[in-house]
Structure formats: C-alpha cells, structure tokens
Design a protein around this ligand. Structure first.
Ligand code: GAL
Length: 413
C-alpha cells in the first residue's frame, strides 16, 4: 500500500470511530474515597473506547439525593445517558418507557449465561434487559478495629447478640465508642435489617420485610428485633445524627470506635486507605447472620437518547460494565464482589472470598435475601415509609417497642 493510501485508511478509521464516539453523562452517587476510586475505573474504561464521560455525581450515601435529582432531570425532559438505578426502581422507570433496550449488548455478550438468575431478573423489564449490573454488595456485615477489641479484652468477632453486647460493654468500658453509627435513615435501616435477619432468620426477614406480611411484622420476633435494635442505639455516640457513612467508617479505621454495622462498600474505604483485612480491620457477618446474605446489586440503566453516537457509547458502557477486566478492578476497589459468574477471586481478600462463597451457598439454602435498605426488595414508596418509622423509633427513645411495632405494621400497608 502506498503511503497516501495508508494515510487515507487511517483517516477513514479515525472518522468512523469519531462518528461512533459519543458522550455519556452518568448520574451516580459514588462520592466517598472508595466509591470515587471505583467510579474512576468505569470512566477510564469508557474513555479508552473513545467516548466522553460526563460525570454527574450527586453526593449522599444510599442514593436518596441522587434519585430525587434524577426524577427532576427526567421530568424536565433532560435525562442523563445513564443512571445508577437498581432493584424494583428499574421496573418503575421501565414502565415509564424511558429506558433504552440493552438486549443487543446482552445477547452479544451472553449476559444470560453470565449472571445469577436472581440478578438477571432484576435487570429485565418484560424479558428485555434495561440495566447493566455492576457488582454484588453484601449488607449484613459488622466491621471492627482489632486494636480496639484487643485493648478492650474482646477476643474474636461476636457471633450472637449476647456476645455482641458483652463485647460492646467491654469496648465502652475501655473508653472507646462501641458502635460507630451514622444517623441517616438508610443507615438506620441498614442496621435494622441486619438485626431482623439475625434475630428472626432469613425466612422471617422475607416474610416481614419483603412480603410485608402483617402476621410476621406484628410478631414477638419483630418485637425482639426492635428491642435489640434499640439496645444497639445505647452504644452509639452523641455526634451520630446526620453523620455520613464513610466518616463513620473512618472512626473504626482510626481506632475511635470498635464496631460498625455497614455493607461492604465500607471495605472500599479501608482499601482506599491502604488498610488490610485481618490486620487493620476485621469483617464478620452481623450477629446471627453467618448463614445468610443480604444482597445489594448496583446497576446502571440507560435512558433513551436520539443521538447515535450517544447510543453507541451507552452500548459500550453496558458492555464495559460486564467485562471481566472491569468486574475485577471495580470490585477490588468498591469492596463488593463481581456479579459476573465464574470470575477468579484470586486477587480478592478474605472478606470478599467469604462473601463470594456465601453468595453461592446461601442461594442454595434460601439464606440469600434482598436488601430493603438498599432498594432491592420493595417499592420505593413503601421502603421510604418503613424507613421513616424505623428512624423515628431509633431517634426517639420515648417511642416504646409496642408503639414502634404498631407504626411499622401501619407503614407497611
Ligand atoms: C448503596 C450503594 C453502594 C454504596 C452505598 C453507600 O446503596 O448500592 O454502592 O454506594 O449505598 O453510598
């Protein structure tokens, strides 16, 4: 080939790729240390495909703020190209007819063979893929600072609530904050759902918090769960109300507090700070939940856009999310495990390896349950109502357990 023919060929290739290149505006709420590092991996990958990532980060752990902003963007006819939407909310957005169909990518990449059925179903609306799953977070964890436990004379992570409160007493007596908690309603409910799972077990959790069965909600087991939940409150510090989750994780990291109930995005904070599990922090299933797994799958839905470059970029974003390379590097940073099946866990730490093992085993035993706190289980409106009741109960010791039970039953209707 003569030189000018090569030059023409390169020019043509550049034009084609430039024509296909698009801008993807991505709405998400990953703004903490570990979260931001993880999101940066997705941005890097998309830009390596020639597209432009327009970051639309809305701070606020748990995503309530982000979902409020998303609604206003869509209502004003100006949706982002992609948004961090998950669980039943995906179905609600799809019902509005605003989500792009991702079947072409899903078929080309064989997603059906790469995803656990429980996850694939959440990503589909009427059988079509409308969202790409990123990870599997486990919510029912307790994190601890081993130095603090040692100074307090606590050996090992508590497996039951009797052991937990005995350990918390020792940590408090040694002069530390026993339980680091951020007083925001999604964090209150993150703790509450782990307590319900630990006190009542997976079937009770499903009956009470997923099926919202009044008999399960209005039961001695739920009463015991509320009593246990309230008892945890007495081990938190006065500065807890309103504190962001990652600042709360930092209290454990810095040796100010002994324990934190939180999903494994908290591990992303430890990892971002260069901390090692077993040495600088401990992870264990929340008391009574070692044989259960509360899953929280992050995902991105794409909004219907007219621009073909943007559509190509959306398809490339969806394909990137499920690629083996991204699944590994993102989840190593995020504290979650890959959602794509048959991924090697060699590079992952012991907490992630335990999570991966338990994800598979609990799927077989019925111990795998959706997180209510993180939008995986019930409609956003009912989720909001029961979160408010639980936070009112947590914040106001004057609300007795019987009154709390009554309000929970009413909110779940
Ligand atoms: C969850 C989300 C996680 C993490 C956490 C704290 O709802 O699924 O990825 O971001 O909130 O913000």
């Amino acid at each position: 080939m003569t030189l000018n023919k090569i030059a023409l060929a390169i020019a043509a290739a550049v034009c084609v790729s430039a024509a296909q290149a698009g801008e993807v505006e991505v709405l998400h709420y990953w703004t903490s240390g570990g979260e931001a590092k993880s999101a940066a991996e997705l941005k890097k990958l998309l830009e390596s495909k020639g597209h432009t990532w327009k970051d639309f980060a809305v701070a606020g752990g748990g995503g309530d703020n982000a979902m409020t902003v998303l609604k206003s963007r869509v209502v004003s006819g100006n949706p982002p190209a992609a948004a961090q939407i998950k669980g039943p909310a995906i179905q609600e957005w799809a019902q509005d007819g605003v989500l792009a169909n991702l079947d072409s990518v899903a078929k080309a990449e064989k997603w059906d063979s790469l995803l656990p059925g429980v996850v694939a179903n959440v990503m589909k609306y009427k059988g079509n893929y409308v969202a790409a799953p990123v990870n599997v977070h486990r919510v029912n964890w307790v994190w601890a600072n081993p130095e603090v436990l040692k100074k307090a004379g606590v050996s090992g992570m508590p497996q039951t609530y009797d052991e937990f409160f005995a350990a918390a007493d020792k940590v408090k007596k040694a002069g530390f904050i026993a339980v680091a908690h951020g007083g925001q309603n999604w964090q209150d409910f993150t703790t509450f759902e782990s307590v319900v799972l630990g006190v009542g077990g997976a079937k009770f959790y499903q009956d009470a918090l997923v099926k919202l069965d009044p008999k399960a909600l209005n039961s001695p087991t739920m009463k015991k769960s509320l009593e246990t939940f309230r008892k945890i409150k007495s081990y938190t510090d006065a500065a807890s109300p309103g504190r962001d989750w990652n600042l709360t994780t930092a209290m454990v990291m810095q040796g100010k507090a002994g324990f934190q109930f939180m999903g494994d995005w908290a591990k992303g904070e430890f990892v971002a700070a260069g901390k090692k599990p077993g040495k600088d922090f401990l992870c264990a299933a929340a008391p009574g939940t070692a044989n259960a797994f509360t899953f929280n799958v992050d995902s991105f839905a794409m909004f219907k856009l007219k621009d073909t470059g943007a559509q190509k970029a959306q398809g490339d974003l969806a394909a990137s999310i499920m690629s083996t390379g991204f699944q590994e590097v993102f989840n190593l940073n995020k504290g979650s495990i890959p959602v794509r099946l048959n991924m090697s866990m060699d590079k992952f730490d012991d907490c992630a390896k335990l999570s991966s093992k338990d994800f598979v085993s609990t799927a077989k035993t019925g111990g795998l349950v959706p997180s209510v706190a993180h939008g995986m289980a019930i409609s956003p409106s009912i989720e909001g109502a029961i979160k408010d009741v639980v936070s009112q109960f947590w914040n106001d010791d004057k609300i007795g357990v019987d009154e709390g039970l009554k309000r929970l039953v009413a909110a779940a209707k």
